[in-house]
Design a protein around this ligand. Structure first.
Ligand SMILES: [Zn+2]
Length: 124
């Protein structure tokens, strides 16, 4: 196995170690929209060490949303509650997705949230 591959494998194993505790934290619901389809761990900052703060349990739709430039406003609205989470992967991850949508309610929701101030300033 090449060194890069080995590192990648180690990283995924480290992520999976948190699977159970995060599923419990999430109460087996998507931590962004509370949906329950295709729940899987999602890494907020894949370049960093896996940790509970850096991981969220997300449904299919939200994982797709995390990587796309825009989203269905109805789906995006279901992310608003996630902004109040004290888990950065949940609150900041959702804020970044919401910030891509230019609707005023999304801006306001981010403004009112308690996410990291530097990130907030960058998003607004
Ligand atoms: Zn979801």
């Amino acid at each position: 196995m090449a060194k890069g591959e080995q590192l990648h494998k180690g990283h995924l194993e480290a992520v999976n170690l948190f699977g159970k505790s995060i599923a419990k934290r999430a109460a087996f619901r998507c931590e962004w929209c509370e949906g329950s389809d295709g729940l899987r761990l999602w890494e907020y900052r894949p370049d960093q060490e896996p940790s509970p703060e850096n991981l969220a349990l997300l449904c299919d739709a939200c994982r797709t949303l995390s990587g796309s430039k825009s989203g269905d406003p109805h789906q995006l609205r279901s992310l608003r509650n996630a902004l109040w989470s004290d888990v950065p992967a949940v609150a900041e991850g959702a804020a970044i997705v919401l910030s891509r949508c230019k609707e005023p309610w999304a801006r306001e929701a981010i403004e009112e949230s308690f996410i990291d101030e530097a990130l907030k300033a960058r998003l607004l």
